[in-house]
Write a protein that binds this ligand. Structure first.
Ligand SMILES: C[S@@+](CC[C@H](N)C(=O)[O-])C[C@H]1O[C@@H](n2cnc3c(N)ncnc32)[C@H](O)[C@@H]1O
Length: 155
């Protein structure tokens, strides 16, 4: 199983970095779950649209042709954890890699959203991008635990 979290921003707070590393470090070798950070520009003097365009082209460069791209977006579809587990298994069976894209402080460029096979919402509330990474990493670990029959997940 290959999963990539492609996240805008290279200087997130230590607590979030530690939490994401903690979850990613728990997966067995059969699940390769990685985080790749997309470099941001200094925000001073740039419009949000320009920043999203620059970040968007870096995101598109990091994608492979047959990736199954899921964009995290507060206007996307809601999933229960069980639905997410079922969907992730389907997506994994359709592509060699599932890529979750998390935007930066300004969100994501339309070109990136157009690449998405799914727009997924983690909550009806807007959250900071660092928290979205932690939330997603935990849910991926939970999905692994459901499939593995590991007691981490107790419904
Ligand atoms: C601070 S938010 C950007 C908010 C921005 N107004 C927008 O339109 O996307 C940064 C990123 O975190 C992710 N994010 C924030 N809240 C989310 C939510 N409730 N569900 C899914 N992803 C979320 C999205 O990938 C978003 O691009």
């Amino acid at each position: 199983m290959r999963v990539l979290i492609l996240a805008v921003g290279q200087h997130i707070s230590d607590w979030a970095q530690d939490a994401v590393r903690g979850y990613l470090g728990r997966f067995p070798r059969s699940w390769r779950v990685e985080l790749k950070e997309i470099r941001t520009e200094p925000r001073a003097g740039q419009t949000p649209a320009r920043l999203m365009q620059l970040e968007g082209s870096r995101i598109l460069e990091a994608l492979e042709e047959d990736d199954y791209v899921v964009v995290l977006d507060e206007h996307g579809k809601d999933f229960t954890t069980t639905e997410f587990a079922r969907s992730l298994n389907e997506w994994m069976s359709e592509a060699s890699r599932v890529v979750f894209v998390i935007g930066g402080p300004d969100g994501l460029a339309p070109e990136v959203k157009e690449k998405a096979r799914r727009l997924m919402r983690l909550s009806a509330m807007t959250m900071p991008h660092a928290l979205a990474r932690v939330f997603l990493a935990e849910q991926l670990y939970r999905v692994w635990s459901i499939g593995a029959g590991h007691p981490y997940h107790r419904a």
